[in-house]
Unconditional design. Structure first.
Length: 408
């Protein structure tokens, strides 16, 4: 008797865990009833009570982790495959196995070369006693030089939230890579706009190069010469051969081709310059954590309907953030990016904790509709120019008719 694709997949999942060849599993194309749920990621962890299948439920704005015994976890996964999730990918050290359902609920199983040939740090043995992190504090000289860890591999007092932020950022990049074609590439190029002291830049290089095994080149762009010199010396010291820093204003940096554009807490319109450069270079991923929002704040002259609401300073501040970042997100969509905005770290660490990510796609977009939306929002708040809009649409942003789509 021939077994169906789903049963084959479930058997492969169970046997890969049994033989310790399992790396992880991703469930996507969610069609279930739960609001905001998008994906489930499964991996093996070892905690005090033993080896568990740890499932991360990834929602639009949050993640929830639940740990199950291996049998429970495998059964649960079996119950949602093909019912709630139409796409499943099992990563093992031997092969990647994909199970896809079409609209008629017909399933198809296929396999390809393994994305990961080393079991990252996810096998039950290696996970022993380790927290679920991408970057570990031990044996990472760059973290010590950056003052995040001691030489003995302990996190320096006061740097705990920085360390958490680094890991959270890497986790997000990892999951974005998995949602894009970049995960199967051998080489990945990154530009980090406003790289500062390089905490996240060094960690990203380490992760892509050493943990994911991709040939990685990263350029950090930074306007402070002291930081550029510091980072270049550190890169030499720790032998990160293709990690370089350039003393340049983002605005003037000639970006031709790049896979990932990052700008984390680059100040005010430096974020817009970074987005513009990323879009023009057709970057597959654009990842931003905006910082101050002065450019729009100065321009808001709300219409009567909003005047009394916005006489309160804090509400005006927050409105300028929402309007600035909301328009940025819509402009990314106009430029062909699947865009998402979410909270990326706890507000205890910084109030500037919104993240905007764009993944380039070829889907049809109703540009006119989006540009009309932007036009209406600007009108409501009495805004004449959004800096990024003016970069992307130099002709139309100042005129009353903004439906003319330039350049992009
Ligand atoms: C708040 S720090 C963030 C550093 C780093 N991205 C991080 O998240 O740890 C912002 C950095 O961007 C740099 N910067 C701001 N505007 C810039 C511009 N137009 N061109 C280059 N660097 C810029 C600043 O000098 C500063 O080092």
């Amino acid at each position: 008797m021939e077994i169906d694709a789903k049963t084959q997949f479930e058997l492969m999942l169970a046997s890969s865990i049994e033989s310790q060849e399992f790396i992880k599993l991703t469930l996507g194309r969610y069609k279930g009833q739960e609001d905001g749920l998008r994906k489930i990621f499964a991996k093996i962890i070892r905690i005090k009570s033993g080896v568990k299948l740890s499932l991360t439920y990834s929602y639009e704005t949050k993640e929830i982790v639940k740990n199950y015994s291996i049998d429970e976890g495998v059964t649960l996964i079996g119950s949602v495959i093909g019912n709630d999730f139409m796409s499943s990918v099992l990563f093992t050290i031997r092969q990647d196995i994909r199970l896809e359902y079409n609209k008629k609920q017909n399933s198809k199983i296929s396999s390809s070369k393994p994305t990961f040939t080393n079991p990252l740090s996810v096998s039950p043995q290696e996970h022993n006693h380790k927290k679920n992190r991408h970057i570990e504090p031990e044996d990472n000289a760059y973290l010590t030089e950056l003052g995040v860890t001691t030489k003995q591999g302990k996190i320096v007092k006061g740097m705990e939230s920085k360390f958490r932020q680094i890991n959270k950022f890497i986790e997000i990049i990892h999951s974005l890579l998995e949602s894009s074609s970049l995960i199967s590439r051998d080489h990945i190029s990154v530009v980090d706009m406003g790289s500062g002291k390089g905490y996240l830049t060094f960690a990203l290089y380490d992760f892509l190069n050493n943990l994911l095994g991709k040939k990685t080149s990263i350029v950090g762009i930074e306007s402070r010469l002291d930081l550029v010199n510091f980072c270049n010396s550190l890169s030499k010291l720790v032998n990160f051969g293709s990690l370089h820093f350039k003393h340049e204003d983002i605005k003037n940096y000639m970006l031709r081709e790049v896979d990932i554009t990052i700008a984390l807490h680059a100040c005010d319109t430096a974020t817009d310059d970074a987005i513009y450069k990323g879009i023009m270079a057709q970057s597959s991923l654009i990842v931003l954590a905006p910082c101050c929002h002065k450019q729009i704040r100065k321009q808001i002259h709300p219409t009567m309907a909003l005047k009394d609401l916005l006489k309160f300073g804090i509400l005006m501040e927050r409105q300028s953030e929402i309007v600035t970042d909301g328009i940025r997100a819509l402009l990314l969509e106009v430029s062909g990016y699947d865009t998402n905005v979410f909270e990326f770290i706890s507000p205890d660490h910084t109030s500037k904790n919104a993240m905007i990510v764009g993944i380039k796609n070829d889907k049809y977009i109703d540009k006119k509709y989006l540009l009309d939306q932007i036009k209406d929002v600007k009108k409501l708040y009495g805004i004449r120019t959004h800096y990024l809009e003016a970069l992307l649409f130099p002709q139309s942003s100042l005129s009353s008719d903004m439906t003319d789509v330039a350049q992009v």
